[in-house]
Design a protein around this ligand. Structure first.
Ligand code: TXA
Ligand code: MG
Length: 350
C-alpha cells in the first residue's frame, strides 16, 4: 500500500486534507496523526476490523488494549459508564491534555478495541490537528503510539514513516510533538485511582484533583516489581537494537566507568553509544554521544528522549549506556521509559 504523507500547518491545517483523513477512518483505514504527546496510529474505535488492522500494522499483540481518542468531552459518556465524580473532576481540569483515564466500557465499544477487557481507556488530546481529525473521523479514534511494537514512540512524522511506511493509508505531519512522552494513564475503576503509566502530569497533580492516587515506585525502579500494570507494560518496550544499560551513580563515577568500557569494547570492535545530559557530554571519551537535553530543562529531555533512543539505533550501536534523569517533575515519566528500554538492566557504580 502507498502511504500518503501530508504536511499540515499545526495552527491552521488544510481542512480538505483533514476531511480526507477522516473519510479514510470512516471507511476502515488507518491514519497516523500528531498529538501533544506522541504520534498515534488511528483507526475507527467502534469498528472491530479497524482495531485488527492496527494490531497488524504495529505487529502488536491483540490483547494489548488501545486508547480511544475523543475531541469533545461529551464523547466520554457515549463509551464509558459508572464514571466517578473524581474522574469527572480530573478530566474537567486536565482535558484536553496528556491524560488517559480507564473506566468500565459501554457495549458500543468492541472488545477488539479494548484487547478483550470490559474497561476502556479514553483520552482527549490537546492538539488542533488531532481534534479536527477525530471530529472528521466520527468522534472516536482508537490509537496506540504510531511505532512498530517494541520500538520507541514516534515524536515526529519521519519516525512514523520509519516504522509504518507502506503499512498504513496516511500520515498527517504536524511537526514535532510538544511533550514527547505518552500520556499519564489513571485507572478510575479502582478506588483510590491508580496511576498505570507516569506521564506529563505527575502523581501530585492527579492527587490534588482526584483526592488521592496510588503511585507505585516499581514503575520506575527495578526492585519490588510485582505491581499490576497497564497490559501493555509487560511487553518489551522502547527497546533499541543494542544492549542497553542504565548507569546509576555520581556523574564522575559514571563517566569513569563508561570511559573504561568504551576503551575495552571499542578494542573488540563494538560500537558504543552514550545517552547523557548535555552538561556531561564532554566527559565521555569517544563513542557515539547522544544528549536529549540539559538537566536544567526537563521538558527538553522528555521531548528528545525517544529520538535519542532512535538515534542510538540508527548509529548501529551494539551497546548503549544511558545516564539517569531523575528531574523534579518529569523524572518519573522519563525514567519509566528508560527502565523499559533497558529491560531493567542497571549498573550501579560508586
Ligand atoms: O499519549 C498517549 O497516550 C499516546 C497518544 C497516541 O495518545 N498513545 C499511547 O498508546 O501511548 P499506547 O497504545 O502506545 O499505550 C497505551 C497504554 C498501553 O500500555 C495499554 O496497555 C494501556 O494504555 N491501556 C489501554 N487500555 C487499557 C485498559 N482498558 N486498561 C488498562 N490499560 C489500558
Ligand atoms: Mg506505545
Amino acid at each position: 500500500m502507498k502511504t500518503v504523507i501530508a504536511a499540515l500547518d499545526r495552527d491552521a491545517p488544510d481542512l480538505t486534507v483533514i476531511r480526507q483523513a477522516g473519510e479514510l477512518i470512516r471507511s476502515g483505514g488507518l491514519v497516523a496523526f500528531p498529538t501533544e504527546t506522541v504520534y498515534g496510529l488511528g483507526g475507527d474505535a467502534l469498528n472491530p476490523e479497524a482495531a485488527k488492522k492496527i494490531y497488524n500494522a504495529k505487529g502488536r499483540p491483540s490483547d494489548n488494549p488501545l486508547i480511544v481518542h475523543i475531541a469533545d468531552p461529551a464523547g466520554l459518556d457515549f463509551i464509558a459508564r459508572d464514571i466517578p465524580e473524581n474522574a469527572r473532576e480530573t478530566v474537567n481540569r486536565l482535558w484536553p491534555g496528556p491524560l488517559t483515564i480507564i473506566l468500565p466500557k459501554k457495549e458500543i465499544v468492541p472488545k477488539e478495541t479494548t484487547g478483550g477487557l470490559d474497561t476502556v481507556a479514553v483520552r482527549f488530546p490537546a492538539n488542533k490537528i488531532a481534534a479536527l481529525f477525530i471530529q472528521a473521523a466520527g468522534g472516536f479514534v482508537a490509537a496506540p503510539s504510531a511505532n512498530r511494537s517494541g520500538r520507541p514512540s514516534p515524536t515526529r512524522a519521519a519516525h512514523v514513516a520509519e516504522d509504518l511506511d507502506g503499512k498504513i493509508d496516511m500520515i498527517l505531519d504536524g511537526g514535532d510533538t510538544a511533550i514527547g512522552l505518552e500520556s499519564t494513564i489513571v485507572d478510575f475503576t479502582a478506588d483510590p485511582p491508580v496511576i498505570l503509566r507516569p506521564g506529563y502530569y505527575d502523581a501530585e497533580t492527579i492527587a490534588n484533583i482526584a483526592g488521592s492516587v496510588v503511585y507505585r515506585r516499581s514503575l520506575t525502579h527495578v526492585e519490588d516489581d510485582q505491581a499490576p500494570k497497564a497490559p501493555g507494560m509487560k511487553y518489551r518496550h522502547y527497546a533499541p537494537k543494542g544492549e542497553m544499560f542504565l548507569m546509576e551513580g555520581s556523574p564522575e563515577s559514571v563517566a569513569r566507568y563508561v570511559n573504561r568500557m568504551l576503551r575495552e569494547q571499542t578494542k573488540t570492535g563494538k560500537r558504543v553509544a552514550v545517552i547523557c545530559a548535555k552538561e556531561h557530554a564532554a566527559a565521555y571519551r569517544g563513542g557515539i554521544v547522544i544528549s536529549p537535553g540539559s538537566l536544567t530543562n526537563e521538558e527538553e529531555i522528555a521531548g528528545n528522549l525517544f529520538d535519542a533512543l532512535r538515534q542510538a539505533d540508527t548509529s548501529g550501536a551494539d551497546v548503549i549506556y544511558s545516564e539517569t534523569f531523575y528531574t523534579e517533575r518529569l523524572g518519573e515519566a522519563v525514567m519509566n521509559r528508560l527502565f523499559k528500554a533497558a529491560g531493567g538492566s542497571v549498573i550501579r557504580v560508586m
